[in-house]
Write a protein that binds this ligand. Structure first.
Ligand code: ADP
Ligand code: TRP
Length: 320
């Protein structure tokens, strides 16, 4: 089965990205044909300067390789290295009713957050549809916030197929329910734009400091604590199996420990989970030419498929 997903290159990755997108994606490469790219055309909608966009793109490549993208198994590239996606984006625009885009939550949310309302931001879902449809994608692993975009992709593909024949595969989204929305240190959805994220690769001390900032209620030591709804517990639970969760619940109930202990415990869980990734990351940061080579091989593989698909689409609609 062909599985495809895009990574926004717009800042440091956090625990929400890790559990909501990276980890599930990396598990997929064992059984499926995985296509993953860094969505730098998308990131342009919120980019302020050239150097930052470049740096974020390379950082994302290093981070994803570090947490386990295996370039032997997965086609991994930078979106702008396969420019056929922009040809398809224009073609698909013709099959995208204005009303469909006007209903997009993510556009409204971004404008509400102060990102300037541009045509690129408005038509972002059409580019995402092009990403997906260009590669005959069957499944799209995404966070909950992106489900609507995959549904819009299906609408656009259906409209095209109805008018010009069965050219596009209708994709389905894939969301891991139990990690659907990872909370940040304030309990809201973790997001780099909300200032509530715990970054994936932090040194040990700043990581502890960040964990200490998680908002908790103020029960005095000696009293049992409520684990249900506790942001520290909810984050720690991501790293634990059922037995681990049960044991942590017992610690909350015992009243012998305070939130400070659980914040320390959470830091340890994060630190241990990422040990191997930290080592790989140090290696890649020291060998950026290898990272560039991996991306070039990925772009070549993706480009071959994109070229064939765009030829098929042009033929179908009468573009010479
Ligand atoms: P951010 O909200 O920090 O800007 P992105 O929009 O760049 O994050 O998200 C990248 C990927 O990570 C997407 O697949 C998104 O759905 C997923 N993701 C981001 N934040 C979370 C979260 N808090 N919980 C679950 N998944 C998330
Ligand atoms: N819009 C996605 C996000 O913000 C990133 C993305 C771009 C994507 N193109 C895609 C995800 C295609 C899945 C498939 O996270």
């Amino acid at each position: 089965m062909r599985v495809l997903t895009g990574i926004q290159a717009s800042g440091k990755l956090h625990i929400g990205n890790y559990f909501g997108a990276m980890k599930p994606m990396i598990e997929l490469q064992e059984e499926h044909e995985l296509f993953t790219f860094i969505a730098n055309y998308h990131s342009l909608t919120s980019s302020k300067d050239a150097q930052t966009l470049k740096q974020y793109t390379l950082d994302a490549a290093v981070d994803y390789l570090s947490v386990g993208i295996d370039p032997e198994k997965t086609t991994f590239w930078v979106q702008s290295h396969v420019p056929q996606v922009l040809e398809l984006y224009w073609i698909l625009s013709k099959f995208t009713p204005m009303g469909l885009l006007e209903r997009a939550h993510s556009y409204k949310d971004k404008v509400a957050k102060g990102i300037p309302a541009s045509h690129a931001l408005f038509s972002y879902p059409v580019l995402m549809a092009a990403d997906i449809l260009l590669f005959d994608t069957q499944k799209v692993p995404v966070g909950k916030d992106q489900i609507q975009h995959v549904e819009m992709t299906r609408d656009i593909a259906t409209k095209f197929n109805n008018e010009y024949g069965e050219i596009f595969v209708l994709p389905e989204h894939m969301v891991q329910e139990e990690v659907a929305t990872i909370p940040g240190i304030d309990g809201q959805k973790m997001s780099k734009s909300y200032g509530n994220a715990i970054d994936l690769f932090m040194d040990e001390k700043p990581l502890q400091k960040r964990c200490n900032k998680i908002i908790s209620s103020s029960t005095s030591l000696g009293e049992p604590l409520e684990w249900k709804g506790c942001h520290i517990y909810n984050l720690a639970a991501l790293f634990l199996d059922d037995a681990g969760k049960k044991a942590l619940q017992e610690r909350y109930k015992s009243g012998k420990e305070g939130y400070g202990h659980f914040k320390k415990y959470l830091k340890e869980l994060i630190w241990e989970e990422l040990e191997e990734a930290r080592e790989k990351r140090a290696y890649y940061l020291d060998h950026m030419d290898e990272v560039q080579d991996i991306l070039a091989v990925g772009a070549k593989k993706a480009g071959t498929i994109a070229e064939a698909k765009i030829a098929q689409v042009k033929e179908a609609i009468g573009l010479l």
